[in-house]
Design a protein around this ligand. Structure first.
Ligand SMILES: [Zn+2]
Ligand SMILES: [Zn+2]
Length: 349
């Protein structure tokens, strides 16, 4: 099993399980060659805390301290296991409101990262993938903010929701409206950050009534998707084939076939991710994910490697030009590609 470009651990993420080191050991035992560590960024405003962070009574300082420890731990583990696996150090970014941009920049300056994942988990500040309940709440909030009325639904934990002013207001309601706001929010995230990897592109379908819904049948939404995909193609972003959807009950990974075909036409490069939140999920669903790619006619997958280093995809042996690990920087990693059909031989569940 080859690589994952998106992972979390229970040590630094409270909705995940297991220590970071045990996740890396699991990745090695599953024969992963490349493992990207991408813990969630710390959020400075308690309005943006995940439900379990609220329950635990955490503070923004707790999140910042944990993130700092994550970085130090990741750097040490990268060195400890360099013979066995290439650890790429990154983080997963949320862009919830315009004022978060300087915070993200600050994190990028304070720490050095090889890469990062650009994701959208919140719409009008409400998490959309945690539960059906929160998904429905997100719809209520979006509709309330659309209306401009000063009603309870337009508030998040007691503070009025701060919406991106660029989000287009249409007459749509319900799920359809949520899809629109999702792809507008995603576009703002994409244009602000140009993330090297885009996380779970169609996450908004996770809790909707029918995840197989075809976006091509909804003109307005499809236009937004085409706009986003063309933008990603333009700056050269890569999109993850994220197998977390499979463990959450889908027949295939993110993104679904409508979006995948469009991306293929636009020449988008794909990377493989398990978005694991603990050892049980490392490389989970990869066989199904590869089946899907083959069926959809995607023949190539991309991955990161330290510049100047070569690790056999099949044997995992390291062939470096020198023995010193490169600095942790985007400039010190490169992207390479491999054939889906070659990965089939390596991937066994
Ligand atoms: Zn998570
Ligand atoms: Zn995510």
């Amino acid at each position: 099993m080859p690589f994952s470009h998106h992972s979390h651990s229970g040590q630094f993420c409270h909705h995940a399980k297991d220590s970071l080191e045990s996740c890396i050991l699991q990745a090695i035992s599953k024969k992963l060659r490349i493992f990207c560590l991408t813990e969630h960024m710390p959020r400075s405003d308690p309005r943006d805390f995940y439900p379990e962070e609220d329950e635990m009574g955490l503070t923004p300082q707790d999140l910042t301290a944990a993130f700092d420890e994550y970085y130090t731990t990741a750097v040490a583990l990268r060195d400890k296991y360099k013979e066995e696996i290439t650890i790429i150090i990154g983080f997963e970014v949320d862009y919830i409101r315009p004022s978060m941009l300087p915070e993200i920049r600050e994190l990028q300056e304070k720490y050095h990262f090889d890469m990062f994942i650009g994701s959208v988990h919140h719409l009008d500040e409400i998490p959309l993938d945690f539960s059906k309940e929160l998904f429905l709440k997100a719809i209520e909030t979006v509709e309330a903010v659309d209306s401009g009325a000063d009603v309870e639904e337009a508030y998040n934990k007691g503070t009025k929701v701060e919406r991106f002013p660029e989000i287009e207001i249409t007459g749509a309601k319900g799920e359809k409206r949520l899809f629109e706001v999702y792809f507008d929010t995603q576009y703002l995230m994409l244009t602000a950050l140009k993330p090297p990897v885009i996380g779970h592109f169609d996450l908004v379908r996770l809790k909707c009534d029918d995840y197989t819904i075809d976006f091509r049948t909804m003109k307005k939404i499809w236009e937004k998707i085409v706009r986003n995909v063309k933008f990603i193609a333009e700056y050269g972003g890569m999109v993850e084939i994220n197998s977390a959807a499979i463990r959450k009950g889908w027949e295939y990974p993110y993104p679904g076939p409508d979006v995948l075909q469009l991306m293929k036409e636009e020449g988008i490069r794909f990377v493989l991710s398990d978005d694991s939140h603990g050892i049980a999920q490392v490389a989970f669903g990869y066989q199904k994910a590869l089946d899907y790619l083959e069926k959809q006619g995607v023949e190539e997958l991309w991955y990161y490697e330290w510049k100047g280093w070569e690790r056999g995809i099949e044997d995992g042996i390291l062939r470096p030009e020198d023995r010193y690990l490169p600095k942790i920087r985007a400039e010190c990693v490169e992207t390479k590609s491999t054939k889906v059909k070659d990965l089939r031989r390596i991937v066994t569940e």
